[in-house]
Write a protein that binds this ligand. Structure first.
Ligand code: CA
Ligand code: CA
Length: 291
C-alpha cells in the first residue's frame, strides 16, 4: 500500500494544481495528514490570530486517480483513521457562531489517551474520529481548503468516519483528491469554529461509483445514506440537502417525488454539519432499511 506523505499539501482546490501523487482506481492508500494548523500550534500561547490563513487546512495531495473521468463519481472508502497523540482546539473573537461573545482568544492542547480526548483534568470526551477536509478539484476557479462546497472540501461532517464511504462528483479528469483536517472529536455544528484538531493517518480505498450520479457529495455509513450541501445560508443548505435526499430516495425506491418527499418527512433527519465555515453546511440522513 502506498503511503502519501503530508509533505505535499494544497491550500486551495483548483484545476490548475499539479498532481502530487498518482494512483490507480481501486488502489488502497495511506494518506498522512497534518493538523489543520500545519502543526504550528505547540503551546497554548499560540492563538488563532497568530496563525497565517495559508497555514490553515493543509490538505495532502492532490492525488491524481487514473481512470476517473469528469462527470463520474468517486467513492472514497474510509477504512481506518489513526489520530495523533495530541490535538488542539481554539476559540477566538474572529471565529465561530458566538464570536462576538468571545472576550479573549484561547488555545487548548488536548492529549488523546485510551480512545478519549482529555479536555480538562476532570473531563474526557469520547472520540469520533473523522476527516474534515475531503474533496476534489472544482471544474474552475480556486477554492481555499477552508471552503466546503459541491466538490466536498471542508465538509466538517462527523459521518466521514471509519467504515463510511464518501461519494464525490468528479469535475476534472483524474479527480485530484485531497485530504486533511482530521478531527478526533466534534459535535454537529462545530460551533466554536474548531474541533479537536489532530494530525494522523487515513487508510482509503478509491473506486468508481458506477450507479450514482451526483451534483453534491453523499455519505454512506454502515446503516444510513446521507446527503450533504453547503450554501451561503443554512436555509439554502437545508433545502439542497433535502432535495438531494428526496431525489435519492425516489430513485432507489422507484417512487415518485411526492411519495419520496413524504417518506423523507416521516423517516429522515435533517441536521447541521457546521455553521462556522465561509459557507454553511446541512445534511439529511435516512436509514438503509427504508430504501
Ligand atoms: Ca474544518
Ligand atoms: Ca478542523
Amino acid at each position: 500500500m502506498k503511503r502519501l506523505s503530508s509533505k505535499k499539501t494544497i491550500s486551495a482546490f483548483s484545476p490548475k494544481n499539479r498532481p502530487a501523487y498518482r494512483i490507480r482506481l481501486g488502489e488502497r492508500v495511506l494518506v498522512e495528514s497534518k493538523d489543520c494548523f500545519s502543526g504550528i500550534v505547540r503551546s497554548k500561547a499560540t492563538l488563532f490570530e497568530d496563525i497565517p490563513m495559508e497555514k490553515v487546512n493543509p490538505a495532502t495531495g492532490p492525488i491524481e486517480i487514473q481512470g476517473l473521468a469528469a462527470g463520474e463519481t468517486l467513492c472514497v472508502s474510509i477504512d481506518r483513521i489513526k489520530c495523533g497523540k495530541r490535538g488542539v482546539i481554539v476559540c477566538s473573537p474572529e471565529l465561530g457562531i458566538l464570536s462576538k461573545d468571545v472576550r479573549k482568544s484561547r488555545t487548548k492542547l488536548v492529549e488523546i489517551k485510551a480512545n478519549k480526548a482529555v479536555f480538562s483534568d476532570d473531563l474526557r470526551i469520547d472520540l469520533n474520529p473523522h476527516v474534515g477536509v475531503i474533496g476534489v478539484s472544482p471544474a474552475e476557479g480556486v477554492l481555499p481548503t477552508y471552503y466546503p462546497g459541491d466538490h466536498g472540501g471542508n465538509m466538517d461532517t462527523i459521518e466521514a468516519r471509519e467504515g463510511s464511504k464518501v461519494y464525490l462528483p468528479v469535475f476534472v479528469d483524474d479527480a485530484m483528491l485531497a485530504i486533511g483536517d482530521l478531527h478526533a472529536a466534534m459535535g454537529d455544528g462545530e460551533v466554536c469554529g474548531t474541533a479537536i484538531e489532530v494530525p494522523g493517518e487515513v487508510t482509503l480505498k478509491l473506486t468508481k461509483a458506477e450507479h450514482l450520479d451526483l451534483r453534491r457529495p453523499m455519505i454512506e455509513t454502515r446503516t444510513e445514506w446521507i446527503s450533504y450541501a453547503a450554501a451561503k445560508t443554512l436555509d439554502e443548505a437545508a433545502r439542497l440537502a433535502t432535495s438531494d435526499l428526496v431525489r435519492f430516495i425516489s430513485n432507489s425506491r422507484g417512487i415518485d417525488f411526492e411519495e419520496a418527499y413524504m417518506l423523507a418527512s416521516a423517516a429522515a433527519s435533517l441536521k447541521i454539519s457546521q455553521v462556522v465555515d465561509p459557507l454553511m453546511a446541512a445534511k439529511m440522513s435516512i436509514s438503509k432499511r427504508y430504501l
